[in-house]
Design a protein around this ligand. Structure first.
Ligand SMILES: Cc1cc2nc3c(=O)[nH]c(=O)nc-3n(C[C@H](O)[C@H](O)[C@H](O)COP(=O)(O)O)c2cc1C
Ligand code: SF4
Ligand code: SF4
Length: 257
């Protein structure tokens, strides 16, 4: 059995993981959440990791997972990161974490995907996102073929600035998310459906007795609650009103809950 661990906010990483899985066959995708037992030894034929770039680094929970992972058996290991602008030295960071555990990575890939980032930008509008997804398919298929063939794929060279962003800005982001919760609020559009609570990878939302979401102060900034809310009822300070909402069309919310 092949296993692909992924982390996602708006579904891009799961869509990539599934497409690769379909090519290699006999696969299982595993969502990295706070409920996952990080200490359970991992056994797989082909083992994969798929995650989005956050602030030229990676989701903090995913980093914790990599710091704790024990691999008892894997014949071939690959990683795919996906981003909407620049990934900096995220794969260098990934490799460093794996080296500390004496884990050797066989193939490194990066895929350009639609943006889901709202706080200091905007998610891509539907037509632009559709074009980016269309362009991503042959690239993902190419990665999948290389993985299927167990090819060695080295990491691409990273610019000096890319390395600097990862080194300097990612730690600031990791620190910032701890106090980012206070910016969330819901509007009168909320109907208490509970999807935000279920989709959150770190159980950071609880619906109170009035069926209103209450954030619990340990957000990962994955944006899942904002993008998957069917009522468009979640906002983050004044930065998200009138901005796009985006989820990958090949992923259903039911796959994430
Ligand atoms: C908090 C946050 C930070 C992000 N930072 C970056 C970044 O530094 N560089 C980049 O190219 N994209 C960045 N993005 C965009 C995502 O990496 C990109 O849209 C990714 O494909 C989302 O994957 P997902 O749907 O699996 O969550 C960021 C997104 C979020 C939510
Ligand atoms: S997903 Fe949206 S509508 Fe549903 S409970 Fe959460 S905020 Fe309300
Ligand atoms: S509260 Fe929202 S943005 Fe924060 S981790 Fe949960 S789903 Fe992601």
């Amino acid at each position: 059995m092949h296993k692909i661990f992924y982390f996602t906010g708006s579904g891009n990483s799961l869509a990539i993981a599934k497409r690769i899985g379909e090519k290699i066959g006999q696969y299982k995708v595993v969502k990295v959440t706070s409920k996952l037992d990080f200490n359970k030894p991992v056994k797989a034929d082909i083992l994969g990791f798929v995650f989005p770039v956050y602030a030229w680094g990676m989701p903090v929970l995913f980093k914790k997972f990599l710091e704790q992972i024990e691999i008892s058996k894997a014949k071939y290991i690959f990683v795919v990161t996906n981003y909407a602008g620049n990934g900096g030295n995220v794969l260098g960071l990934f490799q460093k974490l794996m080296k500390k555990k004496n884990i050797n990575i066989d193939a490194f890939f990066e895929i350009f995907m639609p943006s889901n980032y709202l706080v200091m930008g905007d998610a891509d509008p539907q037509d632009k996102a559709a074009q980016i997804i269309k362009n991503s398919i042959p690239k993902i298929e190419e990665c999948a073929q290389k993985i299927y063939d167990r090819k060695m794929v080295p990491m691409q060279k990273v610019s000096f600035m890319g390395k600097l962003y990862t080194k300097l800005i990612y730690p600031l982001f990791a620190n910032y998310i701890k106090r980012s919760d206070k910016n969330f609020f819901f509007t009168e559009l909320c109907n208490g459906c509970g999807i935000c609570e279920k989709v959150c990878p770190v159980e950071n939302i609880i619906l109170n007795e009035n069926k209103n979401p209450v954030w619990q102060n340990h957000c990962e900034q994955c944006h899942a609650c904002i993008h998957w809310c069917p009522q468009r009822a979640i906002e983050f300070s004044k930065k998200t009103s009138n901005k796009n909402r985006y989820t990958h069309p090949d992923v259903k919310v039911s796959e994430l809950i």
